[in-house]
Write a protein that binds this ligand. Structure first.
Ligand code: PLP
Length: 415
């Protein structure tokens, strides 16, 4: 660091102030986590230099003996962790992993059935602004208006009507468990590939805190940086039947050289995820999320679906008369980082939104438990309903002082 600081104080300053930002506030973005220094060490290593197009033992470059070891370890650990036949650890991100799934199973113009973005899906599940919606015919199911959980009856109806090539389950704002068995039966009935985009919840699966999609799905794509707590990247596991198609779709169809430093960091992360400490962490993430959701409800901030089974909850702010946009800005001013989020059947445009999404991966990594979740709920409710986006607002300052006390007691990256 000292050398970077003397050569490039601008970037060195950004690194330090970002660490200060992480340490100084409550990080409640559901898709973020705090990777271990071990993972960060692998990420910042000389493996970043190496070109290694191809797969271990079958490279298009010389000098790959060492990086082959790293990729083989990542593959074996990933397979073991999820009980999967096959793993591809090369995707650069969740979106790249998803692109490879399309590449493996679909031709342009073919139909995919997936969760709609405004109801909790992801951009790469067939939205018009993404390659997935531009190149493929996307049909979307949503949530049931009453339960606010996945509308399986609608999914089944649409599958029978459109006969999709692929049925996708998973998304970015789904607080409840997904009925993989039911979707497997549907995929078999209509002759579709069953793809689970487990980006958000795969860490809970790794820690055995929630059921796994792996025994049911043909293919499971995921990011490695959310609850899983690895480097910012992606991966895919699938059945032996689809192994060759997935590998060809990742390279050479969608990507060039793999990022070997990131693959080494994924290997470290998969090893971490196989420990009892990580399993305890995953269970605590779920318990914390449930308490945070219930406590926010007690402050009048209603969780959609009535709560959560996972690491995140989605809250409807209409009852307290605040928009998602204002809530995000007010919380931010108080040192609480969360995001505005559309709620199902949201009357407001996405740029304003009627909800917020909160997640517990980061604060649980910092060692916080259910008691702290009750405090956090009170702080969010106070900042959002009585505070302001102006950091000098008296209420906002009071909340920020309590946030500072909390993050001092539970530091991120303790010194
Ligand atoms: N799939 C889901 C369900 C996600 O939530 C995300 C990211 O939030 C992605 C895919 C894309 O991952 P990335 O941002 O790594 O491309």
């Amino acid at each position: 660091y000292a050398e970077l600081e003397s050569f490039d104080p601008d970037i060195a300053g950004v690194l330090l102030s970002e660490l200060g930002r992480i340490r100084g506030g409550l990080q409640l973005i559901a898709s973020e986590n705090l990777s271990s220094p071990r993972v960060l060490t692998a990420l910042g290593s000389t493996l970043s230099n190496k070109y290694a197009e191809g797969y271990p033992g079958r490279r298009y470059y010389g000098g790959c003996a060492e990086v082959d070891k790293a990729e083989n370890l990542a593959i074996e650990r990933c397979k073991e962790l999820f009980g999967a036949d096959h793993a591809n650890v090369q995707p650069h991100s969740g979106a790249s992993a998803n692109q490879a799934v399309y590449g493996a199973f679909m031709k342009p113009g073919e139909t995919i059935l997936a969760m709609s973005l405004p109801h909790g899906g992801h951009l790469t599940h067939g939205t018009k602004v993404s390659f997935s919606g531009k190149w493929f015919n996307a049909v979307h199911y949503g949530v049931d208006q009453e339960t606010e959980d996945i509308n399986y009856a609608q999914m089944e109806e649409l599958a029978r009507e459109h006969r999709p090539k692929v049925i996708c389950a998973g998304g970015s704002a789904i607080p409840r468990l997904i009925d993989f068995e039911r979707i497997r039966a549907l995929a078999d009935e209509v002759g579709a590939i069953f793809w689970v985009d487990a980006a958000h919840f795969i860490g809970l699966v790794a820690g055995k805190a929630i059921p796994s999609p792996v025994p049911y799905a043909d293919v499971v794509s995921f990011t490695t940086h959310k609850v899983l707590r690895g480097p910012r990247s992606g991966a895919i596991v699938c059945t032996a039947e689809h192994a060759a198609a997935i590998d060809k779709a990742v390279f050479p169809m969608m990507q060039g050289g793999p990022q070997m430093h990131t693959i080494a960091a994924k290997a470290v992360n998969f090893k971490e995820c196989a420990t009892p400490e990580y399993a305890a962490y995953a269970k605590q993430v779920v318990e914390n999320a449930a308490v945070l959701a219930t406590s926010l409800a007690e402050h009048g901030i209603r969780p959609t679906t009535g709560g959560t089974d996972t690491h995140l909850s989605l809250h409807d702010l209409q009852g307290v008369g605040v928009t998602g946009k204002d809530a995000e800005a007010r919380a931010d001013a108080a040192g609480i980082v969360l995001n505005k989020n559309a709620i199902p059947f949201d009357p407001a445009p996405p740029s304003v939104a009627s909800g917020i999404r909160v997640g517990t991966p980061c604060v649980t990594t910092q060692g916080m438990g259910t008691e702290e979740m009750r405090t956090i709920a009170r702080l969010i409710a106070t900042a959002v309903t009585k505070g302001d986006a102006d950091p000098d607002n008296a209420v906002t300052r009071e909340v920020r002082a309590e946030v500072t006390d909390l993050v001092t007691r539970f530091p991120a990256y303790p010194r």
